[in-house]
Design a protein around this ligand. Structure first.
Ligand code: NAP
Length: 246
């Protein structure tokens, strides 16, 4: 256990699996008390909490569907009840479904935008209302697809383009309140999610960091940097992490 985030409180949305689970563990390993948010995978979230506790850290699991506006305040209220304050928000929860133009529906558009964009926006709003006078940090998990815009996944790419715009816009609005806003834009990372949709064959053995498929820890290390004072003069940035891709 190190202490870059000693005394800090962090909420990580969508932290029961994948990149979010790794971020929760990495923040806790630096001394932060962490809220492990999930929407349906309670057992997986409790497992992340147990792993953090057994490594000497502090965490609680809190259920909230971040795609539902009415559930977002409850997440922050429950977090405050558990840890008393808020310093760091990591907007990680997100979905991605491939669909070429002919298969895009209004329903899939709203499903993606409600979680990947509106969820980020409303959680950021809630966090900025709750950060103390010393300010706070927001880290958005965007994606390299915002720049690469690969074929067959336009709606998802559009959500991440919107996330990057929110990152830049909010960083400017919030700088005077000592709130920094940055995003990490990963390339393909081996997770439960990318395995489920067939993007990654082997979650346990992705290729090396400079190969085409990253590990969740390649992203969580960047989030620790952006959440800590080591990045105190960085805001409004989109940090692309893709190994050799871009
Ligand atoms: P994942 O393995 O599918 O895990 C998704 C996590 O989000 C789970 O903990 C899930 O919990 C939670 N979640 C889903 N819907 C939610 C909701 N409505 N409210 C709250 N939590 C919700 O995903 P991932 O691959 O780690 O991706 C995480 C983030 O990284 C996403 O924003 C994604 O766009 C971004 N990203 C991923 C990659 C990649 O290659 N993996 C690359 C670039 C960017 P429940 O099971 O409880 O719902």
């Amino acid at each position: 256990m190190n202490n870059k985030l000693e005394g800090k409180v962090a909420i990580v949305t969508g932290a029961s699996k994948g990149i979010g689970a790794a971020i929760a563990k990495a923040l806790a390993a630096q001394g932060a008390a962490v809220v492990v948010n999930y929407s349906s995978s309670r057992e997986a979230a409790e497992k992340v909490v147990a792993e953090i506790a057994s490594a000497g850290g502090k965490a609680v699991a809190i259920k909230a569907n971040v795609a539902k506006a009415e559930e977002i305040p409850q997440l922050f209220t429950a977090s405050e009840a558990a840890f008393g304050k808020l310093d760091i928000l990591v907007n990680n929860a997100g979905i991605y479904e491939a669909a070429p133009i002919g298969s895009i529906t209004a329903e899939s558009f709203h499903k993606h935008f409600d979680l990947n964009v509106l969820g980020v926006l409303l959680a950021s709003q809630e966090a900025t209302n709750r950060f103390g006078s010393e300010g706070g940090v927001i880290v958005n998990i965007s994606s390299v697809v915002a720049q690469l815009t690969p074929p067959g996944i336009a709606v998802y790419s559009a959500t991440k383009g919107a996330v990057d715009s929110l990152t830049r816009a909010f960083s400017r609005e919030l700088a005077s309140r000592k709130i920094r806003v940055n995003s990490v834009n990963p390339g393909l990372v081996a997770t439960e999610g990318t395995h489920a949709v067939g993007f990654v064959a082997d979650v346990e053995n992705p290729t090396s960091p400079l190969g085409p498929v990253g590990k969740v820890e390649d992203i969580s290390a960047i989030v620790v940097f952006l959440a800590s004072d080591d990045s105190r003069w960085i805001s409004g940035q989109t940090l692309t992490a893709t190994g050799q891709l871009l």
